[in-house]
Design a protein around this ligand. Structure first.
Ligand SMILES: Cc1cc2nc3c(=O)[nH]c(=O)nc-3n(C[C@H](O)[C@H](O)[C@H](O)COP(=O)(O)OP(=O)(O)OC[C@H]3O[C@@H](n4cnc5c(N)ncnc54)[C@H](O)[C@@H]3O)c2cc1C
Length: 403
């Protein structure tokens, strides 16, 4: 195969493939290589998420997350429709279980409207009962534009379209070192060396390491937060019609355990957010000493721990004790019982952490000469992947000189 390309993308998750698809559409005939260390696309975050097409209600107006989620969710729905990928705009309810949370619901409604969402409605317990008969709360916010799909299928379609336009997706090809000169970038991989004019780092849980490999200082560390799910038994799936969420704690980037009806019809509960002891640590037993040492050696980790230790203990408690997990779910749907739930899957979020202990909230794309690093693309990045692709190709065109 060729060893010379115009652009190399590291990472065939939904973001790398979204960027690749936009590049292939905008620059037909240019040589594109997507490197993926695993045997398949979407092996990590993109194939282990909740499958929700977020509407954009949560994000700070004007932020990249808000803009790219709102544009991206419309683009994702159109993409699914155009390519016959199963999806359903089922809507969701965000449920206030205590009176104090109703003020936060109003703030969320205002925020959502600030982001251009329409149809948001604050409702009382009776209307909530009509929408979700088993949910209980003092009030709720209805978000009608939220939907569900299967992002692993979306990724497969992205990959198929990239290949159809002449792009190459090379799996089992882990980038192991990067050399830069004024005229080219050479990426050494487990399947040989490849050179290009431009490099885009979409390596998810490893994006900070790829940044360092390219000779840059990422300025953040990726911290892996595992999200664990339980599945509702099929005979109890009728407890949930669509999507039932709690009011999120504004101090954290995670949404709190919730109920999600998948596009397959299965209902799951979760995900929590537990610090994982390996970047690809899908189970408690997965421990990677290198990843643990990297965390412990990063000053921001200790600052984060001192700020959020109480919350972290709560997450660990819910992770180790099923009854604590069920208790959190019963706040939303009191009828859910311990024996209605069986352990489900898990996913690991790549969350960027600053040296001062702050969790990076917004998406972060950092250009550096002919390289662009995608350093923080947590949820709703799957929803926003098509508009992230556009935004990154715009940035690469404007700042890297890609044309
Ligand atoms: C539990 C969970 C629930 C979520 N729910 C939702 C949701 O409902 N809706 C939503 O919009 N978003 C959701 N998200 C977020 C969303 O899944 C992610 O933001 C998105 O998948 C990130 O995509 P990515 O391409 O950056 O990362 P990834 O999918 O992790 O892809 C990165 C790829 O880079 C590859 N790679 C890494 N290092 C190398 C190397 N050295 N060489 C070659 N390849 C390499 C990896 O193997 C991987 O395939 C969720 C995430 C999680 C974990």
């Amino acid at each position: 195969m060729d060893s010379r390309y115009d652009v190399i993308i590291i990472g065939a998750g939904v973001v790398g493939l979204g960027v690749g698809l936009e590049f292939a559409r905008r620059f037909p005939g240019r040589r594109l290589l997507v490197l993926e260390k695993e045997a398949r696309v979407a092996t990590h975050q993109s194939g282990h998420n909740s499958g929700v097409i977020h509407s954009g209600v949560y994000y700070k107006p004007g932020s990249l997350k808000a803009r790219l989620c709102v544009a991206g969710s419309a683009a994702m729905v159109n993409f699914c429709r155009e390519h016959s990928i199963p999806h359903n705009i089922c809507g969701k309810v965000i449920v206030a279980t205590e009176q104090e949370e109703t003020r936060r619901l109003e703030e969320l409604r205002n925020r959502g409207e600030g982001n251009g969402l329409t149809g948001l409605r604050l409702i009382g317990p009776e209307q909530l009962h009509e929408i979700e008969p088993h949910a209980r709360g003092v009030g709720a916010l209805v978000v009608p534009s939220t939907g569900i799909t299967d992002y692993a299928l979306v990724c497969e379609k992205f990959a198929e379209l990239i290949s159809a336009t002449g792009g190459t997706i090379l799996t089992r090809a882990a980038a192991t070192s990067i050399h830069r000169s004024s005229s080219e970038i050479v990426v050494e991989t487990s399947r040989g060396a490849f050179s290009a004019n431009f490099l885009i780092n979409c390596a998810g849980l490893h994006s900070d390491r790829i940044s360092r490999m390219a000779g840059d200082d990422p300025g953040i560390m990726i911290v892996p937060f595992r999200g664990e799910y339980y599945d509702l038994l099929p005979e109890r799936a009728s407890l949930v019609r669509a999507l039932i969420y709690p009011v999120p704690d504004p101090r954290f980037p995670f949404l709190g355990v919730h109920f999600t009806r998948r596009i397959s019809g299965k209902v799951d509960a979760g995900p929590n957010a537990v610090l994982a002891l390996a970047r690809e640590g899908y189970r408690h037993a997965d421990i990677n000493p290198r990843d643990v040492a990297a965390c412990l050696g990063f000053p921001g980790f200790w600052r984060m721990a001192s700020l959020h230790w109480r919350n972290a203990l709560g997450e660990w408690h819910r992770s180790l004790s099923k009854s604590a997990f069920v208790h959190a779910l019963q706040r939303l749907v009191p009828k859910v019982q311990d024996n209605d739930l069986v352990p489900g899957g898990s996913g690991v979020r790549a969350q960027a952490l600053k040296p001062d202990g702050t969790l990076v909230d917004d998406f972060q794309f950092v250009p550096s000469a002919r390289v662009l690093h995608v350093l923080n693309v947590p949820s709703p990045a799957a929803t926003a992947s098509l508009s992230i692709g556009k935004s990154i190709v715009d940035t690469a065109t404007a700042t890297l000189g890609l044309s």
